[in-house]
Design a protein around this ligand. Sequence first.
Ligand SMILES: [Zn+2]
Length: 423
Amino acid sequence: MTQERLREGAKAFAKKVFDDIREFSRDPVVGISRQGYGPLENQAHEYLKNIARELDLEIKVDRCGNLFLTLPGKDRSLPCYMTGSHADSVPQGGHYDGLAGVVAAITTLWWMRKIGFQPKRDVTMVVFRMEESSWFGKAYVGSLAMAGQLTREDLALKHRNKDQTLAEAIREAGFDPEDMVKTEPSIDFSKIAAFTELHIEQGPTLDSQDKARVGIVTGIRGNLRHKTCRCIGQTAHSGAVDKQYRHDAVMAMAEMLHRMEKHWAEWLVRGEDLVFTVGVFKTAPSSAIAIIPGEVSFSVDMRSLSMDTLDRFHKLLVAECDAVGADRGVHFEFDRTLVCKAADVDKKLFNHLKDAAQKAGIDVMDIPSGAGHDSAVMADMGVPVTMIFVANQDGSHNANEKMKLEDFMLGTEVLFTSIATYD
Ligand SMILES: [Zn+2]
């Protein structure tokens, strides 16, 4: 088979896998609903096992339900090259979040079988269980359990709209919740030489590029958050109080946010990686058109590849709140600081991926990962990790999420080349 015919064959194979899984995953109202540890996630796993049988791959399921499909290498004593992603979706979500990495992995194995390529080391495809937090409020359930990091409190979490705990859902899917909270990992992480997860970008950067439709991830951003902070001033009559006597919480917030946005822009010019969002902003329930607002509650979400950047920007936020508070006679209250660590990609593996893209003649660009992924758990377990991003349209975690198959195949070819040329 010529290289071109092979590419077309791989594309047709990938399209069929996407189409087949879409067919049984449709939400009755809109989009795709494949709940982690739900019947449709199970069905996706069974579907992939059938393909694995056709391709003569080894099939393993760990005690947490994560699926491993292995194409045996020449030297089975070597640690494997692992790739894959998650097969669950958010409620009424899109078709490509998670699934793109699963289809890229199975397409890579299909491709290797078609050309009769046996790699030096095992290539193992992993399908993680329940990555999405939207069903039970906990992200990375499958990979955390695999790492021995899921807790009993996690098992007690309630389903978003059913009277069911996570433990009950896991039992219903055919697994033992007790097995999920064992503290020793379910697999030997030292037997993984490299892990590469392909994922849709879920942002607009790659889709805005003419040439580079594929990104090599430079790191996974950590975040620093506050769920509910407050700015407290003085509630008063909007007609009866002149400007110099006011302690308007909305005006104070406006000034504080304006200052922070200016700092943010300056920090970006200095080369720091940073995004800053106040996604919740509410005046008091008693607020009204003729009342000077005496209280605003708000959230804070800042993310960066550097935890040091987050720490310093957080200190700056507190200092600016103090300054604005002193100027305007208001004060700010912060709730508990929630921190999620950033994950580094492996420098050597990153360079290897860039080389692989060059060998395959595919333009790529460096890009940070704003969202969290199972890859972060793998990195935390000491596995050298990288990610490949593929351009997608109309965002993610919604039913309109789109991806072009041509772009997906470029990413898959980078993945294929990276694995095929690893040794
Ligand atoms: Zn995902």
